[in-house]
Design a protein around this ligand. Structure first.
Ligand code: URA
Ligand code: SF4
Length: 303
């Protein structure tokens, strides 16, 4: 029990450090993993050089960092805060994010909601890709940030663009039916999209647009930490797992998101609506039943 208490203590302290670091950077945007890797690599290179007789790099981490909990990544020295778009203040502590801390931490509801709200706020004024030009508003998410099940779609359509919520149009109604058939309430799951702005004429977002928007969903999924992700359609699959098989080939077979969260690819509800065949509907239902088994739930009889 003492060990557990100590570990919890460390966890709380690190989360606090992370939040304080975030606040002290005055960050306007999000921390892109690529930048963090570069920062860590630069730090490693610097400490290698210092091993060869050069002066030690200045590490501006708080003293308690020396007692890092056991799950911390084995960095040789605390990495400096990265220097992306939003230069952190010189006195900001190193980001625990850079040590892979966040992926080990599961935050409580209030903290999650607050952090998600902060990301949604950043997204609402984002102009990182051309999709910003045609949107009425950004569309961030709907549902429960504590959910064990998360559905990921492609991007807002016209209804979503007008109402500011994902999956509220015809495809959304079918998605809600699917969610209900699985035995969940509409708002017991978490729903979001690969891109947060509507592509004009509902065209498929380009790889560049998806890449520009990716840090947002990465943060969302990192915070929500669902037990299972359902990738709705080819774009969701491509966005989450990179180019590979098309959805027809991939659907029904488990994948892994970032090596940890099981992903079930299935057809997009719009495709189901368009095709409407018994076969396609049956395939989607089979995929969802596999999801229920993975979640340890009993698949209800299909209505
Ligand atoms: N299609 C999607 O992929 N996402 C939505 O939010 C709505 C329709
Ligand atoms: Fe920003 Fe994503 Fe909207 Fe592009 S789609 S402007 S990256 S929020």
């Amino acid at each position: 029990v003492n060990d557990l208490e100590a570990e919890l203590y460390d966890l709380v302290r690190d989360v606090r450090t992370w939040v304080e670091w975030q606040a002290s950077t005055g960050a306007q945007g999000l921390i892109v993993e690529r930048d963090l890797r570069a920062a860590v690599a630069a730090q490693r290179a610097a400490s290698l050089e210092s091993d060869q007789g050069r002066p030690e790099p200045v590490v501006d981490a708080p003293a308690h960092r020396a007692a890092a909990p056991s799950f911390a990544q084995p960095t040789q020295a605390a990495p400096r805060a990265p220097e992306p778009r939003h230069a952190p203040r010189a006195d900001a502590p190193a980001s625990p994010h850079a040590r892979g801390l966040l992926s080990s931490v599961s935050l409580g509801r209030a903290e999650r909601e607050a952090r998600l709200r902060a990301i949604a706020e950043v997204v609402s004024s984002c102009t990182k890709c051309p999709l910003a030009e045609h949107r009425t508003q950004t569309v961030f998410s709907r549902g429960d940030p504590m959910a064990e099940l998360c559905f990921v779609g492609e991007g807002p359509g016209q209804n979503e663009d007008e109402q500011g919520e994902p999956f509220v149009g015809a495809a959304g109604q079918l998605l809600d039916t699917m969610i209900g058939a699985m035995g969940f309430g509409r708002d017991e799951v978490y729903v979001c999209n690969i891109v947060k702005c509507r592509p004009e004429n509902n065209r498929t977002p380009t790889d560049a647009e998806m890449a520009a928007c990716m840090p947002y969903i990465t943060e969302q999924l990192e915070l929500v930490q669902p037990k299972v992700i359902v990738a709705l359609g080819a774009t969701a699959l491509r966005g989450l797992l990179g180019p590979g098989e098309g959805i027809t080939k991939a659907r029904g077979r488990w994948k892994l998101y970032r090596g940890s969260i099981p992903v079930m690819p299935t057809f997009h509800p719009s495709y189901v609506l368009r095709m409407g065949t018994k076969e396609v509907k049956g395939q989607v239902w089979n995929d969802l039943k596999q999801v229920l088994v993975q979640l340890g739930r009993k698949p209800p009889q299909r209505a």
